[in-house]
Design a protein around this ligand. Structure first.
Ligand code: G6P
Ligand code: MG
Length: 217
């Protein structure tokens, strides 16, 4: 039975974590809260609202609902100013080759991301046309590690979860894929992603030969 492939976006297809970091750090600075790259690590796969809630919690800060909305808006504006400068050169190594292989061999491909900016980012890096289905932060109500995002993606691809393979860079995303009974491939640090069925530093590290093996399991 043919496998369906689901990709997370941030940290798997493109390295947008550095842009999220810059925008969250500026926001934290305005609030007098310290924000490090380690803190940013904990926000991977976490929605915009949840991320701000966490930063406020870390800084022991309480703000009005109105200020919360304003900060979310400002953060996203700054983030988008970076996103809008993205080009195909921002695609992570060997991602394009992997997508090309899947496309040439008629594998159904979906995006499963918490980001509300997913389509905009895919347009900038010219990858939108590869995806048969897109499930992003505008369509899901339950954040990863809840499997909703991946289950919806598999459903749109008309694939059973057992026949789906998920690429993820966040632990919560790996947990979501595992809960959905999908095969999980972690992209990043094996110490963080140890619950994944496979972990590779990046797509180059995985290699197409290894991926073909996994596809035929
Ligand atoms: C991804 C990123 C998170 C980000 C979230 C929401 O999961 O890893 O860092 O907060 O998407 O992104 P958005 O573009 O909607 O703010
Ligand atoms: Mg991610």
């Amino acid at each position: 039975n043919k496998k369906a492939i689901i990709f997370d976006l941030d940290g798997v297809i493109v390295d947008t974590a550095k842009f999220h970091f810059l925008a969250w750090q500026n926001l934290a600075k305005k609030l007098g809260i310290e924000f490090t790259t380690e803190d940013n690590e904990q926000l991977k796969g976490v929605s915009r609202v949840k991320s701000l809630e966490k930063i406020l919690e870390w800084g022991n800060k309480e703000i009005s609902e109105q200020e919360f909305e304003q900060l979310m808006h400002d953060k996203n504006e700054e983030y988008l100013s970076y996103v809008d400068q993205m080009t195909t050169s921002d695609i992570l190594p060997k991602v394009k080759e992997t997508l090309d292989y899947l496309k040439e061999n008629n594998y159904p491909i979906a995006l499963g991301s918490a980001s509300k900016n997913a389509r905009r980012i895919l347009e900038h890096v010219d990858l939108l046309s590869y995806f048969d289905a897109i499930v992003d932060g505008n369509e899901v109500t339950k954040a990863k590690p809840n499997p909703e995002v991946f289950l919806k993606a598999a459903e749109l691809l008309k694939a059973q979860p057992e026949h789906a393979i998920v690429f993820e860079d966040s632990l919560s995303g790996i947990e979501a894929a595992n809960t959905a009974k999908m095969l999980s491939i972690g992209i990043g640090d094996e110490n963080i992603l140890k619950e994944a069925n496979y972990v590779f530093k990046d797509f180059e590290d995985m290699g197409l030969a290894k991926f073909k093996e996994i596809l035929n399991e």
